[in-house]
Write a protein that binds this ligand. Structure first.
Ligand SMILES: Nc1ncnc2c1ncn2[C@@H]1O[C@H](COP(=O)(O)OP(=O)(O)OP(=O)(O)O)[C@@H](O)[C@H]1O
Length: 338
Protein backbone atom coordinates (compact mmCIF):
# COMPACT_ATOMS: atom_id res chain seq x y z
CA UNK A 1 0.00 0.00 0.00
CA UNK A 2 1.34 3.42 -0.94
CA UNK A 3 1.91 5.66 2.05
CA UNK A 4 2.70 8.73 -0.04
CA UNK A 5 1.06 11.77 1.56
CA UNK A 6 -1.77 13.43 -0.36
CA UNK A 7 -0.38 16.79 0.73
CA UNK A 8 3.20 17.31 1.81
CA UNK A 9 4.10 20.87 2.68
CA UNK A 10 7.70 21.44 3.63
CA UNK A 11 9.22 24.44 5.41
CA UNK A 12 6.44 26.88 4.51
CA UNK A 13 7.14 30.51 5.29
CA UNK A 14 5.05 33.56 4.57
CA UNK A 15 5.95 37.18 5.17
CA UNK A 16 3.55 40.12 4.94
CA UNK A 17 6.04 42.90 4.44
CA UNK A 18 8.42 42.37 7.33
CA UNK A 19 5.90 40.45 9.40
CA UNK A 20 6.71 36.74 9.52
CA UNK A 21 3.19 35.26 9.70
CA UNK A 22 3.98 31.58 8.93
CA UNK A 23 7.27 30.19 10.17
CA UNK A 24 8.74 26.97 8.83
CA UNK A 25 5.49 25.02 8.92
CA UNK A 26 5.58 21.37 7.81
CA UNK A 27 2.29 19.62 7.21
CA UNK A 28 1.22 16.31 5.73
CA UNK A 29 -2.08 14.59 5.28
CA UNK A 30 -2.59 10.96 4.37
CA UNK A 31 -5.51 9.33 2.62
CA UNK A 32 -8.57 9.08 4.87
CA UNK A 33 -7.29 11.45 7.54
CA UNK A 34 -9.14 14.38 9.08
CA UNK A 35 -6.53 16.85 10.30
CA UNK A 36 -7.42 19.77 12.54
CA UNK A 37 -5.34 22.92 12.28
CA UNK A 38 -5.95 24.51 15.66
CA UNK A 39 -4.81 27.89 16.89
CA UNK A 40 -5.99 31.21 18.24
CA UNK A 41 -7.03 34.06 15.94
CA UNK A 42 -4.04 35.39 14.05
CA UNK A 43 -2.01 32.19 14.53
CA UNK A 44 -1.47 31.77 10.78
CA UNK A 45 -4.07 29.11 9.97
CA UNK A 46 -5.75 30.94 7.09
CA UNK A 47 -2.41 31.95 5.57
CA UNK A 48 -1.29 28.31 5.73
CA UNK A 49 -4.51 27.07 4.14
CA UNK A 50 -4.37 29.71 1.42
CA UNK A 51 -0.87 28.53 0.57
CA UNK A 52 -1.97 24.87 0.52
CA UNK A 53 -4.76 25.72 -1.89
CA UNK A 54 -2.62 27.85 -4.18
CA UNK A 55 -4.39 31.10 -3.29
CA UNK A 56 -1.35 32.63 -1.63
CA UNK A 57 2.21 32.09 -2.70
CA UNK A 58 4.62 31.03 0.02
CA UNK A 59 7.65 33.27 0.63
CA UNK A 60 9.55 29.97 0.70
CA UNK A 61 8.80 26.28 0.98
CA UNK A 62 7.42 23.48 -1.13
CA UNK A 63 3.92 22.03 -1.48
CA UNK A 64 3.38 18.67 -3.18
CA UNK A 65 -0.19 17.58 -3.78
CA UNK A 66 -0.77 14.01 -4.93
CA UNK A 67 2.84 13.91 -6.12
CA UNK A 68 2.52 17.17 -8.11
CA UNK A 69 4.27 20.42 -7.19
CA UNK A 70 1.77 23.22 -6.56
CA UNK A 71 4.34 25.78 -7.63
CA UNK A 72 5.39 24.04 -10.88
CA UNK A 73 2.03 22.61 -12.00
CA UNK A 74 -0.63 24.60 -10.17
CA UNK A 75 -3.60 23.58 -12.30
CA UNK A 76 -3.00 19.83 -11.97
CA UNK A 77 -2.13 20.11 -8.29
CA UNK A 78 -5.22 22.22 -7.50
CA UNK A 79 -7.55 19.73 -9.24
CA UNK A 80 -7.02 17.39 -6.24
CA UNK A 81 -8.24 20.03 -3.80
CA UNK A 82 -11.61 21.40 -2.73
CA UNK A 83 -11.49 24.60 -0.69
CA UNK A 84 -13.95 26.43 1.48
CA UNK A 85 -12.41 29.78 2.48
CA UNK A 86 -13.35 31.51 5.74
CA UNK A 87 -15.92 33.59 3.84
CA UNK A 88 -18.00 31.14 1.74
CA UNK A 89 -17.49 32.16 -1.91
CA UNK A 90 -21.19 32.04 -2.80
CA UNK A 91 -23.22 34.32 -5.04
CA UNK A 92 -26.18 35.54 -3.06
CA UNK A 93 -28.33 36.20 -6.12
CA UNK A 94 -28.03 32.66 -7.46
CA UNK A 95 -29.81 29.55 -6.21
CA UNK A 96 -27.73 26.61 -4.91
CA UNK A 97 -28.55 24.67 -8.08
CA UNK A 98 -27.43 27.52 -10.38
CA UNK A 99 -24.36 28.32 -8.34
CA UNK A 100 -23.20 24.70 -8.12
CA UNK A 101 -23.76 24.19 -11.87
CA UNK A 102 -21.56 27.25 -12.42
CA UNK A 103 -18.89 25.82 -10.10
CA UNK A 104 -19.08 22.46 -11.92
CA UNK A 105 -18.36 24.30 -15.18
CA UNK A 106 -15.40 26.06 -13.54
CA UNK A 107 -14.12 22.66 -12.43
CA UNK A 108 -14.34 21.44 -16.04
CA UNK A 109 -17.00 18.85 -15.27
CA UNK A 110 -18.36 17.66 -18.65
CA UNK A 111 -21.66 19.32 -19.51
CA UNK A 112 -23.52 16.01 -19.68
CA UNK A 113 -22.44 15.14 -16.13
CA UNK A 114 -23.06 18.48 -14.45
CA UNK A 115 -26.63 17.84 -13.36
CA UNK A 116 -25.73 14.51 -11.75
CA UNK A 117 -22.67 16.02 -10.04
CA UNK A 118 -24.69 18.97 -8.69
CA UNK A 119 -27.52 16.71 -7.50
CA UNK A 120 -25.04 14.46 -5.69
CA UNK A 121 -23.27 17.38 -3.98
CA UNK A 122 -26.62 18.90 -2.91
CA UNK A 123 -27.73 15.53 -1.62
CA UNK A 124 -24.53 14.98 0.40
CA UNK A 125 -24.71 18.45 1.88
CA UNK A 126 -28.41 18.31 2.79
CA UNK A 127 -29.50 20.99 0.33
CA UNK A 128 -32.46 19.06 -1.08
CA UNK A 129 -34.95 21.33 0.74
CA UNK A 130 -33.59 24.58 -0.73
CA UNK A 131 -32.18 23.93 -4.24
CA UNK A 132 -34.10 26.78 -5.88
CA UNK A 133 -34.12 29.47 -3.19
CA UNK A 134 -31.80 32.46 -3.51
CA UNK A 135 -28.60 31.82 -1.56
CA UNK A 136 -28.85 35.32 -0.07
CA UNK A 137 -32.13 34.32 1.58
CA UNK A 138 -30.76 31.14 3.14
CA UNK A 139 -29.61 30.83 6.73
CA UNK A 140 -25.86 31.01 7.39
CA UNK A 141 -25.87 27.26 8.04
CA UNK A 142 -27.34 26.54 4.64
CA UNK A 143 -25.00 29.04 2.98
CA UNK A 144 -22.13 27.14 4.59
CA UNK A 145 -23.54 23.90 3.20
CA UNK A 146 -23.55 25.47 -0.26
CA UNK A 147 -19.92 26.49 0.30
CA UNK A 148 -19.02 22.94 1.29
CA UNK A 149 -20.95 21.54 -1.69
CA UNK A 150 -18.83 23.62 -4.09
CA UNK A 151 -15.70 22.30 -2.36
CA UNK A 152 -16.62 18.62 -2.88
CA UNK A 153 -18.37 18.93 -6.25
CA UNK A 154 -15.43 17.71 -8.34
CA UNK A 155 -14.67 14.85 -5.90
CA UNK A 156 -11.28 16.13 -4.79
CA UNK A 157 -8.95 13.91 -2.79
CA UNK A 158 -8.50 16.59 -0.13
CA UNK A 159 -11.09 19.04 1.17
CA UNK A 160 -9.75 22.10 2.97
CA UNK A 161 -12.19 23.95 5.21
CA UNK A 162 -11.25 27.25 6.84
CA UNK A 163 -13.21 27.85 10.05
CA UNK A 164 -16.32 26.15 8.65
CA UNK A 165 -18.51 26.70 11.72
CA UNK A 166 -17.77 30.35 12.51
CA UNK A 167 -20.93 32.40 12.90
CA UNK A 168 -23.28 29.42 13.03
CA UNK A 169 -25.73 28.72 15.82
CA UNK A 170 -25.20 25.64 18.04
CA UNK A 171 -27.54 23.40 16.08
CA UNK A 172 -26.01 24.42 12.76
CA UNK A 173 -22.55 23.82 14.23
CA UNK A 174 -23.51 20.32 15.22
CA UNK A 175 -24.93 19.62 11.78
CA UNK A 176 -21.92 20.98 9.91
CA UNK A 177 -19.60 18.92 12.12
CA UNK A 178 -21.64 15.84 11.33
CA UNK A 179 -21.32 16.66 7.64
CA UNK A 180 -17.55 17.08 7.96
CA UNK A 181 -17.28 13.71 9.71
CA UNK A 182 -19.17 12.16 6.80
CA UNK A 183 -16.87 13.89 4.29
CA UNK A 184 -13.99 12.16 6.07
CA UNK A 185 -15.30 8.82 4.78
CA UNK A 186 -14.62 9.78 1.17
CA UNK A 187 -12.02 12.55 1.30
CA UNK A 188 -9.06 13.56 3.38
CA UNK A 189 -10.01 16.74 5.22
CA UNK A 190 -8.00 19.62 6.64
CA UNK A 191 -10.05 21.78 8.92
CA UNK A 192 -8.92 24.98 10.59
CA UNK A 193 -10.57 26.17 13.75
CA UNK A 194 -9.98 28.07 16.95
CA UNK A 195 -12.59 25.95 18.72
CA UNK A 196 -10.99 23.13 20.65
CA UNK A 197 -14.03 20.83 20.91
CA UNK A 198 -14.34 21.04 17.14
CA UNK A 199 -11.11 19.18 16.52
CA UNK A 200 -11.98 16.72 19.28
CA UNK A 201 -15.37 16.08 17.68
CA UNK A 202 -14.23 15.77 14.11
CA UNK A 203 -10.50 15.14 13.66
CA UNK A 204 -8.12 12.18 13.89
CA UNK A 205 -5.04 14.32 14.27
CA UNK A 206 -4.28 17.84 15.38
CA UNK A 207 -1.62 20.35 14.40
CA UNK A 208 -1.48 23.30 16.75
CA UNK A 209 -0.25 26.56 15.26
CA UNK A 210 0.76 29.42 17.51
CA UNK A 211 2.32 32.69 16.36
CA UNK A 212 2.94 31.20 12.93
CA UNK A 213 4.72 28.09 14.20
CA UNK A 214 3.70 24.50 14.72
CA UNK A 215 3.87 23.87 18.45
CA UNK A 216 2.37 20.40 18.34
CA UNK A 217 1.44 17.86 15.68
CA UNK A 218 0.20 14.43 16.58
CA UNK A 219 -2.80 12.26 17.29
CA UNK A 220 -5.00 13.07 20.27
CA UNK A 221 -3.89 10.03 22.23
CA UNK A 222 -0.22 10.99 21.86
CA UNK A 223 -1.08 14.56 22.85
CA UNK A 224 -2.78 13.46 26.02
CA UNK A 225 -0.04 10.97 26.85
CA UNK A 226 2.85 13.36 26.36
CA UNK A 227 1.56 15.81 28.95
CA UNK A 228 0.07 13.42 31.46
CA UNK A 229 3.45 11.87 32.05
CA UNK A 230 4.70 15.16 33.40
CA UNK A 231 2.27 15.35 36.34
CA UNK A 232 1.69 12.70 38.97
CA UNK A 233 -0.41 12.48 42.09
CA UNK A 234 1.12 10.42 44.91
CA UNK A 235 -0.32 9.55 48.31
CA UNK A 236 1.17 7.94 51.39
CA UNK A 237 -0.46 6.36 54.43
CA UNK A 238 1.60 8.54 56.81
CA UNK A 239 3.16 12.00 56.76
CA UNK A 240 6.42 12.11 54.82
CA UNK A 241 9.31 14.51 54.18
CA UNK A 242 8.15 16.61 51.20
CA UNK A 243 11.70 17.80 50.51
CA UNK A 244 12.68 14.27 49.53
CA UNK A 245 10.01 14.26 46.81
CA UNK A 246 11.43 17.57 45.61
CA UNK A 247 14.82 15.98 45.10
CA UNK A 248 13.57 13.29 42.67
CA UNK A 249 15.02 13.71 39.15
CA UNK A 250 12.68 15.56 36.79
CA UNK A 251 10.47 17.00 39.54
CA UNK A 252 10.06 20.74 39.04
CA UNK A 253 7.66 21.31 41.94
CA UNK A 254 5.77 19.48 44.66
CA UNK A 255 2.42 20.72 45.88
CA UNK A 256 0.96 19.30 49.09
CA UNK A 257 -2.73 18.49 48.57
CA UNK A 258 -4.58 16.89 51.47
CA UNK A 259 -4.20 13.75 53.60
CA UNK A 260 -0.55 13.14 52.65
CA UNK A 261 -1.32 13.50 48.99
CA UNK A 262 1.05 15.45 46.70
CA UNK A 263 1.01 16.75 43.14
CA UNK A 264 4.39 16.34 41.46
CA UNK A 265 4.97 18.49 38.39
CA UNK A 266 7.70 17.54 35.96
CA UNK A 267 9.95 19.84 34.02
CA UNK A 268 8.66 20.79 30.58
CA UNK A 269 11.70 19.18 29.00
CA UNK A 270 10.53 15.69 28.03
CA UNK A 271 13.88 14.08 28.78
CA UNK A 272 13.46 15.20 32.40
CA UNK A 273 10.03 13.82 33.05
CA UNK A 274 9.36 12.05 36.31
CA UNK A 275 10.12 8.35 36.34
CA UNK A 276 7.53 6.60 38.57
CA UNK A 277 10.17 4.00 39.49
CA UNK A 278 12.08 6.74 41.34
CA UNK A 279 9.04 7.33 43.56
CA UNK A 280 8.77 3.63 44.39
CA UNK A 281 12.47 3.53 45.23
CA UNK A 282 12.19 6.60 47.47
CA UNK A 283 9.17 5.13 49.27
CA UNK A 284 10.94 1.81 49.85
CA UNK A 285 14.16 3.51 51.00
CA UNK A 286 12.23 5.59 53.55
CA UNK A 287 9.78 2.89 54.55
CA UNK A 288 6.83 5.00 53.38
CA UNK A 289 3.67 3.18 52.42
CA UNK A 290 2.73 4.40 48.94
CA UNK A 291 -1.05 4.22 48.50
CA UNK A 292 -1.49 6.07 45.20
CA UNK A 293 0.53 6.90 42.14
CA UNK A 294 -1.57 8.28 39.31
CA UNK A 295 -0.80 10.42 36.29
CA UNK A 296 -2.82 13.59 36.73
CA UNK A 297 -5.51 13.62 34.11
CA UNK A 298 -5.54 16.89 32.22
CA UNK A 299 -8.29 18.01 29.97
CA UNK A 300 -7.38 18.71 26.40
CA UNK A 301 -7.89 22.41 27.02
CA UNK A 302 -5.28 22.40 29.80
CA UNK A 303 -2.90 20.62 27.47
CA UNK A 304 -3.58 23.20 24.79
CA UNK A 305 -3.04 26.06 27.24
CA UNK A 306 0.25 24.54 28.35
CA UNK A 307 1.41 24.39 24.76
CA UNK A 308 0.21 27.79 23.67
CA UNK A 309 0.55 29.77 26.92
CA UNK A 310 -2.21 32.21 26.10
CA UNK A 311 -5.51 33.32 27.44
CA UNK A 312 -6.52 33.88 23.87
CA UNK A 313 -9.80 33.55 22.10
CA UNK A 314 -9.67 29.80 21.67
CA UNK A 315 -13.11 28.56 22.63
CA UNK A 316 -13.33 25.79 25.17
CA UNK A 317 -16.75 25.87 26.67
CA UNK A 318 -19.10 26.47 23.80
CA UNK A 319 -19.31 22.93 22.51
CA UNK A 320 -22.82 22.57 21.16
CA UNK A 321 -22.57 18.82 21.69
CA UNK A 322 -22.75 19.57 25.38
CA UNK A 323 -25.81 21.78 25.04
CA UNK A 324 -28.94 20.26 26.50
CA UNK A 325 -30.73 20.21 23.18
CA UNK A 326 -32.81 17.07 22.95
CA UNK A 327 -32.28 15.24 19.69
CA UNK A 328 -35.97 15.43 18.79
CA UNK A 329 -35.91 19.17 19.39
CA UNK A 330 -32.79 19.55 17.28
CA UNK A 331 -34.31 17.48 14.51
CA UNK A 332 -37.45 19.57 14.61
CA UNK A 333 -35.46 22.78 14.37
CA UNK A 334 -33.45 21.26 11.54
CA UNK A 335 -36.55 20.24 9.65
CA UNK A 336 -38.19 23.63 10.14
CA UNK A 337 -35.08 25.63 9.77
CA UNK A 338 -35.63 27.47 6.53
N1 LIG B 1 -2.71 40.32 3.81
C1 LIG B 1 -2.14 40.51 4.99
N2 LIG B 1 -1.34 41.57 5.22
C2 LIG B 1 -0.73 41.76 6.42
N3 LIG B 1 -0.87 40.92 7.47
C3 LIG B 1 -1.65 39.86 7.30
C4 LIG B 1 -2.33 39.59 6.06
N4 LIG B 1 -3.03 38.45 6.21
C5 LIG B 1 -2.81 38.02 7.47
N5 LIG B 1 -2.00 38.86 8.12
C6 LIG B 1 -1.51 38.72 9.50
O1 LIG B 1 -0.86 37.46 9.59
C7 LIG B 1 -1.17 36.82 10.83
C8 LIG B 1 -1.79 35.46 10.55
O2 LIG B 1 -3.07 35.68 9.96
P1 LIG B 1 -4.03 34.48 9.55
O3 LIG B 1 -5.28 35.07 9.01
O4 LIG B 1 -3.27 33.53 8.71
O5 LIG B 1 -4.29 33.81 10.98
P2 LIG B 1 -5.48 32.86 11.44
O6 LIG B 1 -4.90 31.89 12.39
O7 LIG B 1 -6.19 32.29 10.27
O8 LIG B 1 -6.42 33.86 12.20
P3 LIG B 1 -7.99 34.06 12.05
O9 LIG B 1 -8.60 32.87 12.72
O10 LIG B 1 -8.23 35.33 12.80
O11 LIG B 1 -8.31 34.14 10.59
C9 LIG B 1 -2.10 37.77 11.56
O12 LIG B 1 -1.31 38.52 12.47
C10 LIG B 1 -2.66 38.66 10.48
O13 LIG B 1 -2.96 39.94 10.98
Amino acid sequence: MSTEALIKATALNRYYGKYHAVKDVHLTIQKGEVLGLLGPNGAGKSSTMQMLTGNLSPSSGEIIINGVSLIDEPETAKSSIGYLPEQPPVYRDMTPREYLAYCAALHDVAKAQRKAVVDEAMDRCGLHAVPDQLIGNLSKGYQQRVGIAQAILHKPDVVILDEPTVGLDPIQIRQIRELIRELGNDHSVILSTHILPEVQAVCDRVQIIHQGQTVFADSFSAMAHSERASELIVSFSQSIDKNKLDSIDGVASVEALENNQFLLKGAKNESQQINPADIFKLAVANNWELTELTPKTETLEQIFMNLVHTDSDVHFGSDPDSYPVAKAEADAVWTNYE
